[in-house]
Design a protein around this ligand. Structure first.
Ligand code: NAP
Ligand code: F7E
Length: 353
């Protein structure tokens, strides 16, 4: 049985990838870090031990800022595959904690690759690095593909740039089967609530059930290429099963603004938003009730913004036969339905008090 180590196991992508790898019959080592509050919400249903289909789940503790903990895990499990998903992944927060972001996102990848090298696993262990469309930053061409030059615009993107080139370097220098997945934004009901799509679907559901009055937003006019996380973890898996290592863009090829995303979500809940005012004074008002549902707040803007992202995933489609199954509307439906259910439970619990 092949052993796959997943860092960032408690995150959005980790929670989907573990399920995928278990369904493929792997022994999965899910790396989690010690934190003072519970971080297991997305995977509470995944119990350790042998699963019904014969696959196996093991939880192990480690932190990307702590080499000894990583060495111990590699020494014990000698994984056939490593999916490095762990990161301080919030772009805006990276401006507040730039050094920490570099420790985890840049040096964390180096520490994992050093485990492979120092423990003599270079011929055995395949490595996936969670690279990002944020590398394209102030975009040099449209759409962006594997050959587009990088122009990072945040401490997060700069840290990920270091990890990207370290992955390429360890592939070339030591012959490690190491791949970069340059993934454009991908979302799901498991998306962290600080990221814009989930912030919107969660707030819209809370407004719908009367648990929140309005939503405070940053830059509504930035544009993203949003896909579904489930499709993107399938792509990660394909990269490590291929005959040779390489770097791939995964993207939907479709682009929408934050404003459009927000309007669609509210429309699904029967609100009809009209925009009034400009800049931080802009407001989203429901035409039927005259209520202000959306306001702009300066705190959600970034010192440097990435305005425009749209990916070209031709290479992944041709070489890996990667075929995303979800549409943009299907993604929104999935998220809205989930957050309506979640909020309904929240409201029932509150009503009982
Ligand atoms: P996420 O939900 O924020 O998950 C991040 C994971 O990293 C969590 O499990 C977190 O653990 C873990 N982590 C953070 N610091 C750590 C440390 N010092 N040591 C060990 N683990 C640590 O991120 P995601 O959306 O699933 O994204 C997965 C990866 O893909 C990230 O590397 C992200 O930067 C990258 N990426 C994401 C997207 C996207 O659109 N989602 C696109 C391109 C690239 P806790 O639960 O304990 O906090
Ligand atoms: O912002 C704008 C914001 O935080 C998207 C991470 O997974 O994808 C993610 O990074 C856009 C930005 O994602 C709010 O300014 C407006 O232009 O959802 P986000 P991100 O920064 O694109 C990439 C590919 C990663 O690699 C990252 O790890 O939305 N925006 N108003 C807002 N964003 C947030 N968070 N909150 C707002 O209120």
């Amino acid at each position: 049985m092949k052993t796959s180590l997943v860092t960032g196991a408690t995150g959005q992508d980790g929670s989907y990838l573990i399920r995928k790898l278990l369904s493929e019959g792997r022994r999965v080592c899910a790396l989690t870090r010690r934190v003072s509050t519970s971080n297991m919400a997305r995977i509470t249903d995944l119990k350790p031990g042998v699963q019904e289909n014969g696959s196996e789940l093991v939880y192990c503790v480690g932190d990307l800022t702590d080499s000894p903990s990583l060495m111990r895990v590699f020494d014990e499990y000698a994984p056939d595959e490593v999916y490095n998903l762990a990161a301080q992944s919030d772009v805006r927060v990276s401006f507040d904690v730039p050094e920490y972001t570099g420790e985890v996102d840049a040096l964390g990848a180096l520490r994992l690759l050093e485990c492979i090298r120092q423990l003599g696993l270079t011929k055995k262990t395949r490595f996936y690095q969670a690279s990002t469309s944020e590398l394209f930053g102030a975009v040099r061409e449209k759409p962006q593909s594997e050959t587009t030059p990088f122009a990072p615009r945040s401490p997060y993107a700069i840290a990920k740039l270091y990890a990207y080139w370290t992955t390429v370097n360890y592939r070339e220098a030591y012959g490690i089967f190491a791949c970069n997945g340059i993934l454009f934004n991908h979302e799901s009901p498991y998306r962290g609530e600080n990221f814009v799509t989930r912030k919107i679907t969660r707030a819209a559901a809370r407004i719908y059930y009367g648990l929140q009055e309005k939503l405070r937003m940053g830059n509504l006019d930035s544009r993203r290429d949003w896909g579904h996380a489930q499709d993107y973890v399938d792509g990660m898996f394909l990269m490590l099963q291929h005959d040779y290592p390489d770097d791939y863009v995964l993207a939907s090829g479709e682009q929408h603004s934050v404003r459009e995303f927000l309007e669609i979500v509210f429309r699904k809940l029967d609100y009809d938003l009209e925009w009034q005012g400009h800049g931080v004074d802009e407001k989203g008002i429901d035409r039927r009730t005259g209520k202000t549902l959306v306001e702009i707040a300066a705190e959600f803007f970034r010192p440097t913004e990435v305005d425009y992202l749209c990916g070209d995933a031709t290479k992944a489609r041709k070489i890996l036969n990667w075929r995303p199954k979800h549409s943009f509307d299907g993604l929104i439906e999935d998220m809205v339905r989930h957050d309506l259910e979640l909020t309904q439970h929240e409201k029932k619990a509150l009503d009982k008090l």
